[in-house]
Ligand binder design. Sequence first.
Ligand code: AMP
Length: 431
Amino acid sequence: MPLQRPKGTQDHLPEGSPKLGLDVRASAFAHVEDTARRVLERAGASFINTPLFEEAEVYKRGVGGSTDIVRKEMFTVYYFGTHGGYVLRPEGTAGIVRAYLQNGLKQLPAPLKLWTHGPMFRAENVHKGRERQFHQVDYEVLGSSDPLVDAEAIWLMWEVVRALGLTGGRIKLGSIGDPADREGYNAYLREVFTPHLDRLSDDSRDRLERNPMRILDSKSGGDQALIRELEVRPMLDFLGDEARAHFGAVQNYLTAWGVPFDVDPSIVRGLDYYRRTAWELHHEGVGAKSALGGGGRYDGLAAQLGGPEVPAVGWAFGIERLLLALEAEGVALPRAGGPLLFLAAMDEERVGLAAQVALEARAVTRVEFAYRAMKPGSAFREADRRGAALAAVIGSEEAARGVLNVKTLATGVQREVALAELSAFLELERA
Ligand code: AMP
């Protein structure tokens, strides 16, 4: 058997491949990325690319040492001469903030809106919608603590998925307050859970020390039953005045703009650097347990990475999960098309000439040519197989007269086009 790709990864395949689901179709990923670019760049966001690997410290500090991502899911990159200090990026935000600080992007007009897309890596248990290499669209705004920026960010996430044709889905919105509010809440949680240590899962017992709020996020059924039984109060009860006012303002904007959301006290987010606003986008097609996307305010991150305080907010959604949701709704994304023209020579002596005509016509549009001589019937069939709109053949007689015989495949109409006029003809056909 030929070698296989690693578990939890996918090949993104060209049109026409066998077994071509939406989630492995290369053109579907390109379409999501193009749509995100259009929506986000109209909002003033600039594209940024950061390395696929960073020092482990970026994520230890930036994602949080107590998170599953950092404790269990990072892929270490070894290469000759290092001590295993690099890891593949599990998410985009920490690297972008690292780049913002390192490159002095604070000097650009604030708020600075950045976006990116690309692969992320987590060593997870693989199942549907949970891959080890997956892809995200990521939007970050740095340099403002205005709730209007949070609301615009949520609007933009919603707008990108709407522009892709998704009609369902709902935003769950919460606030995790400011650090002092969280301290108060964590103290309360320790008080509530400590008498029931024996009923908590191993992971949650660990969380009780490191970060009790994450117990609420637990995937263990036993933990969730205990949370219900103890009637644990939500974080929202512990918000200070400022965080409460900020949360109210975000909701007012979203309501005024018609973005549907539910206030959901259970939104705690797994990552340590979040402050105040946090949200998730859920969709039936992805399943109840996993979010299609999520975001939040992370004013504390820049300082954790060694920079000054930089208020910021951002979001990411997984492209694979978005494609699952689109597939569940039956949304058909545009397919990559074929060439406008497929050109073949009818005898071996004219193969070079046909290639030359095609090479020049590519100044106007997408043109492919045959690498060997073909009879007109096979040339037209081959053109059809490649998804071409037009097929043309050239033989000794056409070459002598300086013309091509062009067939419109949809109608079967054939005509002669002078070689000198081919570009002008293709311009018209393209329009
Ligand atoms: P997170 O950084 O965990 O909030 O993830 C943001 C989004 O990335 C999620 O809502 C998913 O859409 C996507 N995502 C996270 N982990 C995975 C994974 N292992 N496989 C596929 N998508 C993922």
